[in-house]
Design a protein around this ligand. Sequence first.
Ligand code: GLC
Length: 554
Amino acid sequence: MTQHVTGTVPTESSLAASGHREWWRDAVIYQVYPRSFADSDGDGIGDLPGIRARLPYLKKLGVDAVWLSPFYASPQADGGYDVADYRAVDPMFGTLTDADDLIRDAHTLGLRIIVDLVPNHCSDQHEWFKQALREGPGSPLRGRFHFRPGKGADGELPPNDWESIFGGPAWTRVTEPDGTPGEWYLHLFAPEQPDFNWDHPAVHDEFRSILRFWLDMGVDGFRVDVAHGLVKAAGLPDVGHDGQVKLLGTRAVPYFDQDGVHDVYRSWRRILDEYPGERIAVAEAWTPTVERSALYLRPDELHQAFNFDYLGAGWNATELRDVVDRSLRAMNAVHAPTTWVLSNHDVVRHSTRLAEGDPARGLRRARAATLLMLALPGSAYLYQGEELGLPEVVDLPDEVRQDPAFFRSTGQDGTRDGCRVPIPWSGQAPPFGFGIAESGPSWLPQPTDWSHLTVQAQEGDAASTLEFYRSALAIRREHPALGAGRRITWLDSPDGTLAFRRDSESGSFVCTVNLTRTSVTLATPGTLLLASADVEPGTGTTELPGDCAVWWSV
Ligand code: GLC
């Protein structure tokens, strides 16, 4: 079904005329994975007081908002994306009072807080699901999930051919209260994550109430987990097998990106708009096309969506230019900001992804990629540790791994622990200031050679990646042509390079990127503001080293 833009669309000039610049349109949002950020009680697991104590660090870094991955009560079958109680903080992370204190302190510092909302599924330890199991087939609580009888003579086969994102069938058979093998329930992720049935009004009511609970606590927005998954095609039709959908996959399937999800987001938008202070929602929506993603951002739906096409693009000038153009076109059509992201808790860190086996090259490219990203119009997402140039940890022993995808697949594929290793803050040996003691546990081991990557080691060193991020974010804040607006103008540049211009009323700006391995000579467009590597600006032309980006004021 083709969908059309609905609602009143504000134009760029009407927004400017009203003097209203919505904060989220060009915000830099920093993702904290709470388990791995800072551990205030020395149990080896990061927590809310740990994050609270590090808020000044985030303020100094220069971000606008902090997105916290889930910290709710959870058995942690999927790093907290299996929520047992949406209104409680898991004791491993702290208490509701800690959450309240964290939000209050962040606001005092001028930082906004976005929390994760997981509406596609809950934990098998959620009260509703436990009660559904107890009540048996046909019970009202089973109606809030997708319970079905199995196929085959004794119901021994799953109800359809859907596969879990983490591998294996997307259905698990339960044992009924009388001890017999019974119905199957749907879980697009791990068996410990039963999918809600969004055709049931109680599910809608519950999530509206959960939204209000956190909005009343003062959060500035929500990151909506698996936003494309809530509504399943009527009758749960077979996919017609030809492989499994991988994390962030874009195949059209009957369990993702169904048009019915948009009604949910229209009702949520009305709630967000009831609250003062521009509360927002950002969709994690894996859709077949960027145009389908834009549908989630129509003026009466959500505010932003992650740009996974950008994250997935290679280090290639043509490919990146194409993704940038397509993204801007699709998002501009619904007057939504485009977002940019290079890393998150589900993917291999970009310094390793771009390295092609050479860590030094990876870091050079990662820094250049950051300057490119932060020069594009819209909002940018940073993942904790990228500002330290952290690489993916690729040699974690199997016995410490916790990603459910690891256990349900054949190993490396889909493994997400390597980007979740705790942050090194200070000192010479693990846990590098992550905990409270000099030597102490960390839930995943850090490489012993990370002492040069700590915040302490990089602070004040102009050549460090940390100081590079701080400079980039400070310039972005001060320079009006960065971030804001909706357009870029591509400039002629040699093959394998990119050059574009951003204009604003109070100044213009050029970003040049050399994506090749060898240096190229480009016209000097203006005054050098910041470079991702050593660059000596010349009067007429400037030599740009390989894998390097430069910001120029013009
Ligand atoms: C999202 C999260 C991922 C989680 C999955 C299931 O993709 O980012 O970490 O495993 O949803 O909730």
